[in-house]
Every structure is written in C-alpha cells, then in structure tokens.
Design a binder for this molecule. Structure first.
Ligand code: GDP
Length: 304
C-alpha cells in the first residue's frame, strides 16, 4: 500500500488523461495512440521510451487486429513490464545484500537536494531491521549541513558514523570508515559523497580517489555505486543520470520523491535509457518510505 499511495499522483494524472482520451471510443486507434504518446511524454517517460512503448502497442494491434480501449490498461501493463524486463530491472522483495567475508560497500552519489541523505538513512534503517550491522561514512565533506544531516540520521537509526567534519578529505573519511567496518565486522558500509556536477573533472577525480583508497582496505569495494535521483524533477533527473554515468560507473539507481509528483513515469524512462537497474524508490520522508523496486508491483500499481 505504501507503493500505491506513493504513486497516487502519477496514477491519477495519468488515468484522468487517459480516460479523457478514450471517451466514446471502443477501439485503440491512431488517435488514441497519439493521445497516449502525449500522456506518456508528459508523465516524463521520455520521448525515446514513449516511442518504444507505442511501437510495442502498435505491434500488438497488428497482431491481434483489434485492441479495445478497455484492454488498454492491461496492454500497457504488459508492455511496460516487458520493457523493464529487457532492462534487467529487478523484482526485489526486500533489500538484498550478498553474504560475504568483507563488508559490503555501497557508495552513494547524486547532487544535493535529491534525497541522498534521506535515502542513506532509510537504507540503514531497513538493513538494521534485517539484522545487519551498518556503518555510515560522511564523505560529503563539502557542505557542513551534509555531515550534520547524516549524523542526525545515524542517531535516529542508531548506527555508527565515521566523520571528520567539513572540508576533510572525502577519501580519508571513506578509508577510516572501511577500516572501522572491518574492525567491527560490520556487514554493510554506506558512504555518502558530494555531488558537484558543475565541476565534472573534480567530481570524477574525487570519486575515483575515494574508490582507490577504499580498495586499500576492501579490494573489491565499492560493491554498489548507487545514484540517487529526484523523480519529481523529470528531465533534470535524466540529465543527472547522463552526467554521473560519464563521471563514474553506476550500477544501481534510487529514484526519490515519487510520492509528491505526477512524473512517476521517469522510473520507466530512466531505466530504459540508461540500462541501469532501479533498485530503490522513495515514496515519502519517513524511515519506512523506501521500497525495493519490483517491476511487477510497480506496473500493477501504476496501471491497476
Ligand atoms: P540530499 O541533499 O540529497 O542529501 O537531500 P536530503 O536527503 O536532505 O533530502 C532533501 C529533502 O527531500 C528533505 O526534505 C527530505 O525529507 C526530502 N525527501 C527525500 N526523499 C524523499 C521522498 O522519497 N519523498 C518525499 N516526499 N520527500 C523526500
């Protein structure tokens, strides 16, 4: 139900538009497809992905000869699920951390304000609930507020944090965090980083330095590089995904703030365009409001 509530705005906007588009029509024809195309684009599915979805529905109409407007929801649900399938997007039921000797290291990247700290806090909370020991590293040392916010979350969730204050060397903080994790035998390390996109060379250098230094402690760290994107920013989220992909390898996405927006289609478009699996979605500000992404639950919730 958290997911249903979280996607409410997207759903309502989408369906009120879609039901207007099919009013008085029994069959999905070119006119309905044109409206659908516009609706998907305005839900921030993105032009390329929208066209792929429309093509899939056209193929379906060609095959079945006739698709009624009452079936359109079901057809959309199947075609969007098959699109997400092609992108290897997950069917997670809960957060999955592999069992391993060394701590599992998650490096979190993303620009300020997207919900990076909140996502880290929620993740730590849920991992702890699973019985995992977690430690946070405050490597976003560029802003004092970032360190403070992370400290607040560490306290709230009751997990240890390693920090050296503002302006400390982010790589040195990460190094200390991993050493501390090894000493304590922690299961998971979550490293916050600064995301200054306007200085791409700096960003790239900083992230690779953090990685290099972490590997002195845990040779195959980071095991996960998680990019956090604000789903309510639509096209900005696409741009950030593009810029971060150029600066570092990304292997998981968290898309936040889906509860406050009608732009939930961004989840479909971004996973399609960047071929990076969406692993988490944020549907509120509370500790419980982080969901692991399950494409079937997602399309069911969206196209119910
Ligand atoms: P950071 O600068 O990227 O670390 O961003 P924060 O984690 O501080 O989040 C910025 C604001 O977004 C805060 O007010 C959060 O409570 C809020 N926020 C984060 N995630 C979500 C979410 O999934 N839904 C909603 N509604 N708000 C969120």
């Amino acid at each position: 139900e958290v997911l249903d509530k979280g996607l409410d705005k997207t759903k309502q906007t989408f369906f009120s538009k879609l039901s207007k588009a099919v009013v008085g029509k029994s069959k999905v024809d070119d006119e309905v497809l044109d409206s659908l195309e516009e609706i998907l684009v305005t839900s921030d599915v993105g032009v390329d992905t929208t066209l792929r979805i429309i093509e899939k529905i056209e193929a379906r109409i060609a095959r079945d000869k006739y698709v009624s407007t009452s079936e359109l929801n079901q057809v959309l649900r199947e075609e969007v699920a098959s699109l997400l399938e092609e992108n290897n997007t997950g069917d997670y039921k809960e957060i999955e951390i592999p069992q391993q000797e060394e701590p599992y290291v998650i490096m979190v990247v993303g620009v300020n304000g997207v919900g990076k700290t909140t996502t880290i806090g929620k993740l730590a909370y849920q991992l702890k609930k699973q019985g995992k020991s977690v430690i946070l590293g405050a490597s976003d040392t560029f802003r004092a507020a970032a360190v403070d916010q992370l400290k607040i979350w560490a306290k709230r969730v009751d997990v240890p944090i390693v920090e050296q204050g503002m302006n400390a060397d982010p790589a040195s903080v990460a190094f200390d965090t991993l050493q501390s994790a090894k000493a304590k035998g922690s299961d998971v390390v979550i490293i916050d980083t600064a995301g200054r996109l306007h200085n791409k060379v700096n960003l790239m250098n900083e992230l690779s330095k953090i990685k290099r230094v972490m590997q002195k402690v845990v040779p195959d760290a980071p095991h996960e590089i998680l990019l956090v994107l604000d789903g309510s920013t639509g096209q900005n989220a696409y741009e950030q995904a593009k810029q971060f992909s150029l600066a570092t390898e990304i292997n998981a996405l968290a898309i936040t703030k889906l509860d406050g927006t009608a732009k939930g289609g961004v989840v479909i478009g971004i996973s399609d365009q960047f071929k990076i699996p969406v692993k988490y979605i944020g549907v509120g500000e509370g500790m419980e409001d982080l969901q692991v992404f399950n494409k079937y639950e997602f399309v069911d919730s969206l196209f119910k």
